[in-house]
Design a protein around this ligand. Structure first.
Ligand code: ADE
Length: 432
């Protein structure tokens, strides 16, 4: 083994980790650098962090999808002085080469293996928590829930946390409403520069990417049923239409349903959509959007995929119970044969199809999400001791800063208000 490789292997051995294969590190590093090209805002923040070290001395336990984009966030936090430990926020989303690179080439402890079972997933979360974090970073709130349920002794040492996704924010609000949240958490998902771009354009593109990679299906002319018309559903519906599909939206709330109608989509109850759909995509954030009665109504050959955070949006147990036969027909594609011979295809065990079958959201949108994460961590460090244990929005000025930096990086200039325009907007006196 060449001397530098030996040195790296020795260093990696000293870093706590559980990853699949450290020999994939070089490959992971190339892909991390590829993503960095599209993450100029995160890079600028990393450069400032390297000079100012706003996270010096802080231990951070981060439970995020271990991807090339997350690696760039991890490097920015490390540049800011944080001692980071990373674990996966989903058993199927880890990019093993990236996990290897972070351990072997950047000395970041990582606990994540693609395809890990549930017990390993939670063992990894606990191993990340073993660092006794000052800050937590979560995507879906599994780390925060584990901390509040089973690792309460660590809570007094935590000064704050951040949450990346809609589902996690919903869970944290419920923890806060029960009076049980023990430290302040910033809901990164609620920044405009996060959900308007990551949830919409990121989920839209990466979901179709995942389904395409898993099935190689032609979208043109297909009837695609999108369950849920939040920001993710909007993105998925938009991109499916762009590929030539006829898109049907299902909803439980009147206003998003109305919006879907006026955006030009057909809207109907799932039981009607079930009879005509070719491809079903769930992005509701809820449970059993596709239930037994829908499975019973589906056509032969239907494809089911989920892009919501948890694998509970499709009733997989009902599908298992209904089926006479199940076989894996392609990577990440299970064919269930129902009585009478109808076949239903479930992708990626009903887990996030965009991360399990593709690479997750493209770097250009994760750039803004993760710039918000880095700035929120800095804000928590600066506000130490001043915040109540509540769920907070990202401060408006940080959201604006991310938007301004992204526009600048894209080479897009905008106008500024003239003094006359500013006066007009600030006064009530002018009228007809
Ligand atoms: N969530 C969705 N896409 C992601 C990505 N590429 N990296 C990290 N988290 C994600």
């Amino acid at each position: 083994m060449p001397a530098t490789k030996k040195l790296r292997a020795a260093k990696a051995a000293a870093i706590r980790h559980d990853v699949k294969d450290l020999s994939q590190a070089a490959e992971g590093q190339l892909r991390i650098e590829w993503a960095a090209r599209e993450m100029p805002v995160t890079r600028l923040i990393a450069e400032r962090f390297r000079r100012q070290r706003p996270l010096a001395g802080l231990r951070v336990a981060a439970c995020l999808h271990v991807t090339t984009e997350t690696a760039n966030l991890a490097l920015a936090l490390q540049a800011g002085g944080a001692e980071l430990v990373l674990c996966a926020s989903n058993p199927l989303s880890t990019q093993d080469d990236v996990a290897a690179a972070l351990v072997a080439l950047h000395q970041i402890p990582v606990y994540a293996r693609k395809g890990e079972d549930n017990a390993t997933y939670y063992r990894h979360i606990n191993q990340a928590l073993d660092c006794a974090p000052h800050l937590t970073m979560d995507d879906g709130a599994d780390l925060v829930a584990t901390l509040h349920k089973g690792r309460k002794e660590l809570l007094p040492g935590v000064l704050g946390g951040t949450e990346e996704t809609t589902t996690g924010v919903v869970r944290l609000r419920s923890l806060a409403a029960a009076g049980r949240l023990r430290y302040p958490i910033i809901a990164v998902n609620e920044a405009d520069t996060k959900h308007l771009f990551d949830n919409r354009y990121g989920t839209g593109q990466s979901t179709l990417d995942g389904i395409t990679r898993a099935t190689n299906v032609l979208w043109a002319g297909k009837r695609v049923v999108v369950a849920g018309y939040g920001w993710c559903g909007r993105g998925v519906a938009l991109r499916a239409r762009g590929m030539g599909a006829q898109v049907i939206v299902t909803e439980i709330a009147p206003i998003p349903a109305l919006e879907a109608v006026m955006d030009g989509f057909q809207v109907m109850p799932m039981i009607e959509a079930a009879r005509v759909g070719d491809i079903f995509i769930t992005v509701t954030g809820g449970v059993n959007a596709i239930n037994i009665e829908h499975l019973q109504a589906m056509k032969d050959g239907a494809i089911l995929a989920n892009s919501g955070h948890f694998n509970v949006e499709i009733n997989i147990k009902a599908l298992d119970d209904l089926a006479e036969r199940k076989r894996r027909v392609r990577d990440l594609v299970d064919e269930y044969t129902l009585p009478g011979g109808r076949r239903i295809h479930l992708l990626a065990d009903g887990r996030l199809v965009n991360l399990a079958a593709a690479e997750g959201h493209p770097a250009s949108v994760m750039d803004m999400s993760f710039a918000n994460q880095a700035l929120a961590a800095e804000h928590l460090a600066k506000s130490r001791g001043q915040l109540e244990p509540k769920v907070y929005p990202v401060p408006k000025e940080l959201d604006q800063e991310v938007g301004t930096l992204k526009l600048r990086a894209l080479g897009v200039a905008i106008d500024t208000l003239t003094p006359e325009q500013r006066r007009y907007l600030g006064s009530w006196e002018g009228g007809t």
